[in-house]
Ligand binder design. Structure first.
Ligand SMILES: [Zn+2]
Length: 75
């Protein structure tokens, strides 16, 4: 998947390559590791914060947490 965004390292808008990497998010005090979608600058390889991807990753971490605890998928 490709996106476009601002790379702080290049100080420019760049094409971003979205990769799946293992990331650990703290959910209610518990470390939850998921396959997170992270954007990397195509030019310099810097990982670039993307609000859209980040909130999707957080949702995924919460879903994983609920599954582990046997909680229903609704809050
Ligand atoms: Zn860059």
């Amino acid at each position: 998947m490709m996106k476009e965004g601002y790379c702080p390292n290049c100080d420019a808008r760049r094409k971003l390559l979205v990769k799946l990497i293992d990331e650990t998010y703290p959910v209610r005090g518990e470390p939850i590791t998921i396959k997170a979608e992270v954007a990397f600058c195509e030019k310099c390889g810097q990982d670039v914060f993307d609000r859209e991807l980040d909130s999707a990753n957080l949702e995924r971490a919460y879903a994983e947490y609920r599954q582990r605890k046997g909680l229903p998928s609704r809050n």
